[in-house]
Design a protein around this ligand. Structure first.
Ligand code: HXC
Ligand code: NAP
Length: 283
C-alpha cells in the first residue's frame, strides 16, 4: 500500500516504543525508511526492541526516560538526536491505565495515570516543540488517545480524563503551532490486544470476551491495521490533516452509543414477529 521509502526523511521519537502498539509502529515506520528513537522506563525491553529493529535493517536507538520527568525527556531527546539526527516527528504513545472503580483509588494512583498520560504528553511535546520552533523546521506530532477520550468511560476515569486532555492539546496546538509548520494528529484506537493493556484492562478471558462482543465485526483490531493508519497520518499524504483524531475501532463506539444498537441480539423469528407488529399497528 505504501512506497518503501515513504518515511525516509523522518526521524521519529516514539514514547513507549518498546512494547505493544508503539513497538509495532516503530517496525512499520522503520520498514518504510524512518529512523527510530524509542523511550520508556524499562531498559531491558528498550534494548531488546532496538536490537530487533536493527536486525531488520532499521536505524534505531533508545534512551531510558520517564515521561513524567522533563529533565529525563530532555536528556533522552539529546541522546537520541546524537544517534539518529534531528527528531522531526513525535508519537506520544506512552500510557498508564488499569480498570477500577474510582472510589477504590488513592490520590497517588490517580496522579500516576494523569501524570503519565497528560503531563507526559505535554512535557514531550514541549521539549520537542521548542527545538522545532527554534530550528524553524516543520514536524508532526501523533498522539495516541482512545475512543472514550470524547465520551468518558466508567472504570477508567483517570485515563478518560487524561486522554480527553491530550485530545484538547492536539486540537489546541493544531491551531497554535501550524504557523511553525508543526502538524498535530491523533488516533483513537478501539480494542487492539497488547500484553500491557490486556493485563490491566482485560485480565480474564471473560472480560476479554465481553470486550469482543461489543465490536460489530466480532474481532479485535490488528496491529497492522493500526500502523497503516499511523503511517498515513505520519506521511506527507496527510499534510493537510491537522487537529483531527481518527477513530479506528471497527465501529465499536458507534454501535454501542446508538439507541437501537441493542437490537442486534434479536433472532430471525423475533424480527418476523416485529415486522408484523410494526406493519399492522393496533392503534
Ligand atoms: C488500583 C493501582 C493499580 C491497580 C497501581 N495502583 N496499579 N491501584 N488498581 N491495578 C496504584 C498503586 O497502589 C499506587 O498507589 C499508584 O497506583 C502508583 O502505582 P505504582 O506501581 O507505584 O506506579 P508506577 O510504577 O508509576 O506504574 C504506573 C501504572 C502501571 C500505571 C500503575 O500500571 C504501569 O506502569 N503501566 C504502564 C503500562 C500500561 O498501563 N499500559 C496499558 C495502556 S492501555 P499508592 O497509593 O499505593 O502509592 C490504554 C488504553 C486502554 O491506555 C483502552 C483499551 C481498549
Ligand atoms: P503498552 O504496551 O503497555 O504500552 C505503554 C507503553 O508506555 C509501555 O511501553 C511503557 O513502557 C510506556 N510507559 C508507561 N509509563 C511510562 C512512563 N512513565 N514513562 C515512559 N514510558 C512509559 O500498551 P499499548 O496497548 O501498546 O498502548 C499504547 C498506546 O495505545 C497507549 O497510549 C494506550 O493508551 C493506547 N491505546 C491502546 C489500546 C489497546 O487496545 N491496546 C486502545 C486504545 C488506546 P515502560 O513500562 O517500560 O515504561
Amino acid at each position: 500500500m505504501f512506497s518503501p521509502d515513504l518515511l525516509k526523511d523522518r526521524n521519529i521519537l516514539i514514547t513507549g516504543g518498546a512494547t505493544g502498539l508503539g513497538r509495532s509502529m516503530a517496525f512499520k515506520f522503520g520498514t518504510l525508511g524512518a529512523s527510530i528513537g524509542i523511550m520508556s522506563r524499562n531498559e531491558r525491553r528498550l534494548s531488546g526492541t532496538v536490537d530487533e529493529l536493527r536486525k531488520a535493517g532499521i536505524k534505531a536507538t533508545y534512551h531510558v526516560a520517564d515521561v513524567r520527568n522533563p529533565d529525563e525527556i530532555h536528556n533522552a531527546a539529546d541522546a537520541i538526536e546524537n544517534e539518529i539526527g534531528e527528531i522531526n516527528a513525535l508519537v506520544n504513545n506512552a500510557a498508564g491505565n488499569f480498570i477500577s472503580p474510582l472510589e477504590y483509588l488513592s490520590p497517588n494512583a490517580v496522579d500516576s495515570i494523569l501524570d503519565i498520560v497528560l503531563h507526559g504528553t505535554f512535557y514531550c511535546t514541549l521539549e520537542l516543540g521548542k527545538r522545532w520552533i527554534a530550528r524553524k523546521k516543520g514536524a508532526t506530532v501523533l498522539n495516541i488517545v482512545t475512543t472514550y477520550a470524547t465520551t468518558g468511560s466508567a472504570y477508567v476515569a483517570p485515563s478518560a480524563a487524561a486522554k480527553a486532555g491530550v485530545l484538547a492539546l492536539t486540537k489546541s496546538l493544531a491551531a497554535e503551532w501550524a504557523k511553525y509548520g508543526i502538524r498535530h494528529v491523533a488516533i483513537a484506537p478501539g480494542a487492539f490486544p497488547t500484553d500491557g493493556a490486556w493485563s490491566r484492562l482485560a485480565p480474564t478471558k471473560d472480560l476479554s470476551d465481553r470486550m469482543l462482543e461489543r465490536i460489530p465485526f466480532k474481532r479485535f483490531g490488528t496491529h497492522e491495521e493500526l500502523t497503516d493508519l499511523a503511517t498515513f497520518l505520519m506521511s506527507d499524504g496527510a499534510s493537510f490533516i491537522n487537529g483531527e483524531a481518527v477513530v479506528i475501532d471497527g465501529g465499536e463506539s458507534i454501535a454501542n452509543a446508538a439507541q437501537f444498537g441493542f437490537l442486534s441480539g434479536l433472532s430471525e423469528d423475533q424480527w418476523k414477529a416485529i415486522r408484523e407488529m410494526t406493519r399492522n399497528p393496533k392503534a
